[in-house]
Design a protein around this ligand. Structure first.
Ligand SMILES: NC(=O)c1ccc[n+]([C@@H]2O[C@H](COP(=O)([O-])OP(=O)(O)OC[C@H]3O[C@@H](n4cnc5c(N)ncnc54)[C@H](OP(=O)(O)O)[C@@H]3O)[C@@H](O)[C@H]2O)c1
Length: 292
């Protein structure tokens, strides 16, 4: 039986997420070199066994695999530009947030410099890094991903390659992430209303969680309607949501909660009804959104 020593890795950027990534590599026994613009942030990692590089160039030179988790691609390029010759031939994995366009641009920048590049996204909080169920998805060359997947899986057991196009991780992150703010604002508006009745936000949580589970279960049905562009068999019609719009506004007024966030959503439902989708499934909003 062959025994593989854990591969050496470098982590650039030791903010909340970068520090969590470095900690996970250390916990899995990977020789880990770290670098951060503000060097003090490396101290707890050094105490946990990391080697601190004095410069970004030294950090890159230390490992064949470099994981960067700075704020954005521009910051990463600013740090790596001057050391691009050292980076050439090594694998760079970026785990920052950003737009698909910025990811494409960064991939071109890396390609032009002979850097083997994967882009990824951590779909959880720093505390979840290193757990078996934590999701990270990646975009880039399948052979390169296969080469490093055992090491990358240390960051989260649910480690997936979405495909070869270099912007796919950022595309999925943006497309899936579109639910986050509207969902949270809905919860916060409900919590503000509950407060006016002396009901704690915590009392809403079990029911909100059930509600979100129901939404999760219904998404495949909506997705099938959207993909077939056939909204005729929907159980929840646009008109049904239109009728509910007035009650939403009345409830907000009664509870003295700002209803401004609801108005654009109601306008969208009205626009769909106006476009002849009244009897169609609420998933027909996709058509309205797709034709601004
Ligand atoms: N935290 C989360 O929950 C979470 C979850 C998923 C994804 N992410 C993404 O992960 C990335 C990092 O997030 P974070 O929470 O770790 O952020 P953070 O705590 O604010 O850390 C930002 C890191 O980037 C470095 N940095 C920023 N601009 C730089 C520059 N121009 N030159 C050199 N270093 C620079 C900072 O260095 P200094 O220490 O010197 O300032 C620091 O190491 C972001 O894209 C974020 O969206 C975060």
């Amino acid at each position: 039986m062959t025994h593989h020593e854990p591969a050496a890795v470098t982590v650039l950027g030791l903010g909340s997420m970068g520090s969590a990534l470095a900690r996970a590599f250390l916990a899995a026994g990977h020789p880990t070199t770290v670098w951060n613009r503000t060097p003090d942030k490396a101290a707890p990692l050094v105490a946990a066994g990391a080697r601190q590089a004095a410069t970004a160039g030294d950090a890159v030179a230390a490992s064949p695999l470099v994981v960067a988790c700075l704020t954005g691609y521009d910051d990463t390029r600013r740090v790596l530009g001057p050391v691009a010759e050292t980076l050439a031939g090594r694998t760079l994995v970026t785990l920052n947030s950003g737009t698909p366009a910025a990811a494409r641009e960064f991939a071109s920048w890396a390609g032009e410099r002979g850097v083997r590049f994967l882009d990824g996204a951590v779909k959880d909080v720093p505390d979840a890094v290193g757990r078996p169920g934590t999701l990270l998805y990646y975009a880039g060359d399948a052979a390169l991903f296969a080469e490093h997947v055992a090491t990358l899986r240390v960051l989260g057991g649910d480690t997936i390659l979405l495909g070869g196009e270099p912007d796919l991780a950022k595309f999925y992150e943006s497309a899936v992430g579109a639910t986050l703010l509207p969902t949270l604002v809905g919860f916060f508006a409900g919590a503000a209303a509950a407060r006016t009745r002396g009901i704690a936000a915590a009392d809403l949580v079990p029911y909100t969680v059930r509600w979100l589970q129901m939404i999760g279960e219904i998404l495949p049905v909506f997705a099938a309607e959207i993909d077939a562009r056939d909204y005729s068999a929907g159980a929840s019609s646009v008109d049904l949501f239109l009728a509910g719009a007035d009650w939403d506004v009345e409830f907000a007024r009664e509870s003295k909660v700002d209803d401004a966030w609801l108005r654009p959503l109601h306008d969208l439902v009205r626009k769909a009804a106006g476009a002849g989708h009244g009897d169609d499934s609420i998933a027909a909003l996709t058509e309205v959104l797709g034709t601004p």
